[in-house]
Design a protein around this ligand. Structure first.
Ligand SMILES: Cc1ncc(COP(=O)(O)O)c(C=O)c1O
Length: 427
C-alpha cells in the first residue's frame, strides 16, 4: 500500500489543488489538527517527515505552477481561514449595523484570548491591529519627544519604520541615529555591545528587529530590552518576521513593547497584526487615533480606528488553530530544515555566498544568498523568467542578495528545484 506521500507525490505538484479540495470537503480543520497533534516525534524528526507536511501543504490553495519563496513579504492563508473570512464578510453585509458591530466585532475578544494563551501573556496586553506597521507606528509615535531627543536603530531596520522616525525628525526636530551591525552577526554579546555603545544620554527610544527582514538575522531581544530598562529607555521590538516563525512566548522574551503582522508567519488573513504592550506600560503610550478618557489603561484604545472589517480579524482563529495543530516548535524546526537544505547545498558552490548565519538560534527561516558576479536584481528576474521562482532582491550598503523565504506549505521538491536553478545560474 502506498503512503500518503507516495500517493500525493505520484499525483505531482499540480495535483496539490486537488488534494486541497478533497481535504476541505472530507475533513474538518479540527480533524486535521487532531491528527497532526497526535503524530509522534520530536520537532527535529517531524521536520523531515514529508507525510506530515504534505497534509499541511494541502490546506493551502497556492498556485503550484510557480514556486513562491517570498512568504516573508506576505503569506497565503490556509483554505479554512479564507472560507471563514468570506463567511463573515457575507454575514456582515446582510445587516452591518447589527451583524458587523453587534455580533461579529465582539467576537474579537475570543481571538484576543486565544492569542494571549498561545503566546503566554494577559489578553489585556494584546491589541489586534491591521499589520505590523500599524502596531509599530502606534509605539513610534506614542511617546512624547523633545527636539534633540535621540532615537536609535540599525541601518537594517525596516524602511517604513525608519521613515516614521524620519518624519519625527522633520516635524519635531528629534535626532534619529542609525548604526551598522555585522552581516551575518554570530555573537549575541557583540550585538548587545554595539547597542550599548550607541546609547547616549540623549537616547529616549530604541527600535530593534527581533528578526531582520533582509537576512533572517535574530537579535538578542531580551538582553536589549533589559539594557533599555536599565537606562529607562523604551525598547520597541519589530517582530514582523519572528512571530509564529520562531518559537517563543512573550513571557520568555520579557519585552515591554512588541508589534507584528499576523499575515506573515501565522498565515492569518491579509490585514491582520498584533500589538503587545506590557500592562503597566499601556497608560504611558498615546494611541495613534484618539480614544475615550476612560480607555487610558485599556489595550483596546489602540484599536479605536473607526469602522473596519471584522472578518479578517475573526479568521485569525482558523490560522491559529492550524498553527497550534502543527506546534510552534515543529514549525520552527521545519523552517530551519528547509533553509538548511537549500543553504548548505548552495554553499558548496564557490561563487555562492550566504549572508545568513546557520548557527543555531542566529537566524529564522529567511536566508539571503548571492551569486558573486551576477547582479542580484538580474538574478531575481532570471529566476522568475526562466523558472517561475519568486524571491526578493535585497540591496543594502553592506551586502546584496536574494532573500529566500519558503512557506510552511513549501515542499522539498520546490526547494530542490530552486537549488538546481541557482546552480545552473552560477555555472
Ligand atoms: C521587519 C519588518 N517590519 C515591519 C514590516 C511591516 O509589515 P506590514 O506590511 O505587515 O505592516 C515588515 C514587512 O515586511 C518587515 O519586514
Amino acid at each position: 500500500m502506498s503512503t500518503r506521500r507516495q500517493f500525493l507525490g505520484a499525483l505531482g505538484l499540480p495535483a496539490a489543488g486537488l488534494a486541497t479540495a478533497t481535504l476541505l470537503d472530507s475533513r474538518s480543520l479540527q480533524s486535521l489538527i487532531a491528527e497532526l497533534a497526535a503524530t509522534p516525534g520530536s520537532p527535529a524528526e517531524i521536520a523531515k517527515d514529508e507525510d506530515f507536511w504534505l497534509q499541511i501543504a494541502a490546506a493551502y490553495t497556492v498556485d503550484r505552477s510557480i514556486i513562491n519563496f517570498n512568504n516573508g513579504g506576505v503569506s497565503p492563508a490556509p483554505a479554512w481561514a479564507q472560507a471563514a473570512m468570506k463567511r463573515n464578510l457575507d454575514f456582515a453585509n446582510e445587516c452591518p449595523a447589527k451583524n458587523l458591530w453587534q455580533i461579529l466585532e465582539p467576537k474579537k475578544e475570543g481571538v484576543r484570548q486565544r492569542l494571549a494563551k498561545e503566546w503566554a501573556c494577559d489578553p489585556e496586553e494584546l491589541a489586534i491591529t491591521r499589520n505590523a506597521s500599524e502596531g509599530l507606528q502606534i509605539l513610534q509615535f506614542g511617546f512624547d519627544l523633545q527636539p534633540g531627543d535621540e532615537v536609535i536603530a540599525t541601518t537594517q531596520d525596516y524602511p517604513r519604520m525608519v521613515n516614521t522616525f524620519k518624519q519625527r525628525v522633520k516635524r519635531e526636530g528629534i535626532v534619529f541615529k542609525q548604526f551598522d551591525i555585522p552581516v551575518p552577526a554570530e555573537d549575541p554579546a557583540e550585538i548587545l555591545e554595539i547597542y550599548r555603545q550607541n546609547i547616549s544620554d540623549k537616547t529616549k527610544m530604541i527600535l530593534v528587529c527581533h528578526v531582520i527582514n533582509l537576512t533572517g538575522q535574530v537579535l538578542p531581544i531580551k538582553e536589549i530590552t533589559a539594557l533599555g530598562r536599565e537606562r529607562g529607555i523604551p525598547v520597541i521590538v519589530d517582530g514582523a518576521h519572528a512571530f509564529a516563525n520562531i518559537d517563543f512566548t512573550f513571557a520568555e522574551l520579557d519585552v515591554d513593547y512588541y508589534a507584528t503582522s499576523l499575515h506573515k508567519w501565522l498565515c492569518a488573513p491579509h490585514g491582520t497584526g498584533l500589538l503587545y504592550v506590557r500592562k503597566d506600560k499601556i497608560p504611558g503610550v498615546w494611541p495613534l487615533m484618539a480614544a475615550n478618557d476612560n480607555q487610558t489603561a485599556d489595550i483596546r484604545k489602540f484599536e479605536e480606528i473607526g469602522t473596519h472589517p471584522a472578518a479578517n480579524h475573526l479568521a485569525i482563529a482558523e490560522s491559529l488553530s492550524l498553527h497550534q495543530g502543527i506546534g510552534g516548535a515543529r514549525k520552527q524546526a521545519r523552517f530551519n530544515y528547509l533553509r538548511d537544505r537549500w543553504a548548505k547545498r548552495l554553499m558548496q558552490h564557490d561563487r555562492i555566498r550566504l549572508h545568513t548565519s546557520l548557527k543555531p538560534g542566529m537566524a529564522n527561516s529567511l536566508g539571503n544568498v548571492q551569486i558573486e558576479g551576477f547582479e542580484s536584481g538580474k538574478l531575481g528576474a532570471h529566476l522568475w523568467k526562466e523558472h517561475k521562482i519568486v524571491v526578493t532582491t535585497i540591496k543594502h550598503a553592506q551586502f546584496e542578495g536574494l532573500r529566500v523565504s519558503p512557506g510552511i506549505y513549501s515542499t522539498l521538491s520546490e526547494v530542490d528545484r530552486f537549488c538546481e536553478a541557482m546552480e545552473a545560474a552560477a555555472g
